[in-house]
Design a protein around this ligand. Structure first.
Ligand code: PLP
Length: 397
């Protein structure tokens, strides 16, 4: 191995770039999609029902309603929760903007609460302090795939008459105290973006046990129409009624066929992600100044991300330098997340509030996501570790 960093002109640990995430698509996926392309239903046909039914069983929910993206699914959940203009939902700043945006889509206000320093998930004590007369929902995020503190959050919600909408876009297949994510909150939202545990290209799902929520979600994603196209066709009916202001957020049969095939491999994908996380965690014990993600007792994360934190006091370089050095080694590191309240839109609309969420803000300065996807080979994983050792050694105090 070359000792000089690639960023300084040395040879990189890898010759080819390793992305931080990548989908896996197999022959069976191709066959399933082609079969739909040859069928009568490209959208809203039998594969939608099949995918939703299989998904609901997998996450332990009574109902699963598919959407065209995780963002659309979040919008649907915020709508079904009845979030209105004068109301608030409490969420985490340590997330992708879509989590908070769905509150804004409803004309309501996202109120951020800080996270705990170990998992970077919403801190229930901070949430309790942010509850006002206007609060309708709590929107925890299962950051990196580690389930949020669902027990305490649900307890607060029940006591104060609030709903819990869990953003589990990172957490398909995670478990909290032995229960699958998807079977715990009032509504749980998933994403099938290619970086996730299974993919439909773009896609999302809301899981719920509440039949009213499920019905509203189905209408909302289909223009607010009270019946489905197939229902009307089989009943020889032309009449339909728009009963609420919906959108076209449908996930087509083509995508659902892909999702069904991918779902069959979810356990395999999770197993691989867990093995990669275990290898990273054991290697990181030997690397000074790098802190691995914490797993709380009772949590079984789905490892969408593997976010490390740098102990900056022990390094001569900052996060940006280390990030760039790893990129030069051809390791596709990333950063999750720029806290939502830092974004220009949020600053412009709600005012700059740097310093208000000290735990999330301090974490952000130190975070780097290592490559994590189920298609990584053992060689890929060892390359990441080798590059991290090389770079950290260079910048160690
Ligand atoms: C935490 C979180 N919420 C919501 C989303 C939005 O999902 P999608 O990209 O499927 O719209 C993402 C996507 O990456 C996410 O990471």
């Amino acid at each position: 191995m070359s000792h000089s960093l690639a960023i300084d002109g040395g040879s990189p640990v890898r010759q080819t770039f390793l992305p931080y995430a990548h989908q896996s698509v197999e022959e069976a996926d191709l066959r399933a999609v082609i079969e739909v392309l040859r069928s009568d239903w490209l959208t809203t046909g039998p594969k939608v029902d099949d995918f939703e039914a299989a998904f609901a069983i997998r996450v332990g929910a009574q109902h699963a309603v598919s959407f065209s993206s995780g963002t659309a699914a979040l919008h649907g959940a915020a709508f079904a929760a009845g979030l209105r203009t004068d109301e608030e939902a409490i969420t985490s700043p340590m997330t992708f903007a879509a989590t908070a945006n769905c509150v804004l889509y409803q004309g309501a206000t996202p109120v951020f609460a800080d996270v705990t320093s170990d998992t970077l998930n919403l801190d229930p004590e901070q949430v309790a302090q942010k509850i006002s007369e206007k609060t309708r929902a709590i929107l925890p995020v299962d950051y990196a795939g580690h389930p949020a503190e669902l027990g305490p959050l649900l307890e607060i919600a029940r006591r104060r008459g609030l709903l819990v909408i869990e953003d589990a876009c990172h957490a398909l297949g995670a478990e909290y105290k032995g229960k699958p994510v998807g079977s715990i909150a009032d509504m749980t939202v998933f994403s099938f973006h290619p970086a996730k545990h299974i993919t439909t290209g773009e896609g999302g799902m809301v899981a719920t046990d509440n039949p009213q929520f499920a019905e509203t979600l189905r209408r909302f994603r289909n223009q607010g129409i009270s019946t489905g196209a197939r229902q009307r066709q089989s009943a020889n009916q032309w009449h339909y009624e728009v009963v609420l202001l919906g959108f076209n957020y449908r996930l087509p049969d083509i995508a659902c066929a892909l999702g069904l095939e991918q779902l069959k491999r979810l356990d395999r994908n999770l197993e691989r992600r867990r093995a990669i996380a275990a290898r990273y965690t054991s290697a990181l014990r030997e690397i000074p100044a790098v802190i691995s993600p914490v797993v709380r007792p009772g949590a079984s994360p789905a490892w969408h991300l593997y976010p490390i934190r740098l102990d900056l006091a022990r390094l001569t370089g900052g996060r940006a330098q280390i990030f760039q050095a790893l990129r030069a080694e051809n390791i596709g590191v990333s950063v999750h997340y720029i806290p939502v309240h830092y974004h220009a839109y949020y600053r412009g609309r709600f005012g700059v509030r740097a310093g208000e969420f000290p735990v999330a803000e301090a974490a952000y300065e130190r975070l780097i996501s290592l490559p994590m996807f189920h298609g990584m080979t053992d060689r890929d994983v060892e390359d990441v570790i080798e590059a991290l050792i090389k770079v950290v050694r260079h910048y160690r105090r």
